[in-house]
Write a protein that binds this ligand. Sequence first.
Ligand code: 3HC
Length: 282
Amino acid sequence: MEIRKVGVIGCGLMGSGIAQTCAQAGYETIVREVAQDFLDKGMARIQGAWDMMLQKGKINEEQARDYKNNLRGTLDTKDLADCDLVIEAVIENMEEKLRLFPALDNALKPETLILSNTSSLNITQMGAVTKRADKVCGLHFFNPAPVMKLVEIVRTISTSDETIETVRAFAKSLGKTPVVAKDTAGFIVNFLLIPYLLAAVRMYENGLASKEDIDAAMKLGCGYPMGPLTLLDYVGLDTTLWAAEALYEEFKEPLYAPSPLLRRMVNSGMLGRKSGRGFYEY
Ligand code: 3HC
């Protein structure tokens, strides 16, 4: 199946990064939000990234213009009806996804593939509330989506081979390296990353080292681009909490249990970079 037009649902941190990536790869891209101010904010984030790339000489004026021409925003799901592939990147809340998937199923042409960017929720269940479970799978991007080279393709028990192969070719056309994982909470990356991040929070919470030293240790001792507490702020403490809860719900293992501090920071609106405060201030 040939992919020409791509829809993205949600223009938050991940949705805008995914829409940016698709537009840069030459796809006609349309991104849907639920309110004009969310859409304006997301589109401004994308334009800001292109301005920065232009300023750094990574792209020329013509490319910047082409990227912009490839991208359109909308508040109406019907505008996505003729998309060949739609990627959902809304809030990590199962009830929200289970409302969205049947609505997409009704609005999109029957051949459209519906992909979820969820990091840990049950995609099989999302497919099951549509009449096209064979055309539903996960396509999980990493933050910042335009930069990180990996995507996880998540196969449910109903996803067809044809869907997986189309999505694999699509991921490569975005310049990404795809890996394929079964639909279990956390897939590959978060199954390994979340316990590490949670352990760093516990270490800090228990006063075993300062946050700066925990970050410096992992950055300089292991060659990671960011220390774990900086990465938590970057990804979002709320996003990490939801992922940990989904993993704990699935496996019931203590290493996935969110620590009291993480939960309380989220309760207090300390979500990391996006709220101006997390383990550090921004
Ligand atoms: N669009 C285009 N380019 C962008 C961009 C964007 N939105 N954001 C950053 N960049 C580019 C910058 O222009 C820069 O390019 P250059 O090197 O050619 O000048 C390059 O990316 C690096 O950015 P910076 O110079 O600003 O900063 P760093 O060198 O410190 O790199 C980083 C930033 C890429 C974020 C790096 O610190 C990193 O890799 N951190 C780890 C990120 C990570 O682990 N992400 C995965 C999180 S887990 C996840 O997302 C899963 C979820 O389910 C929880």
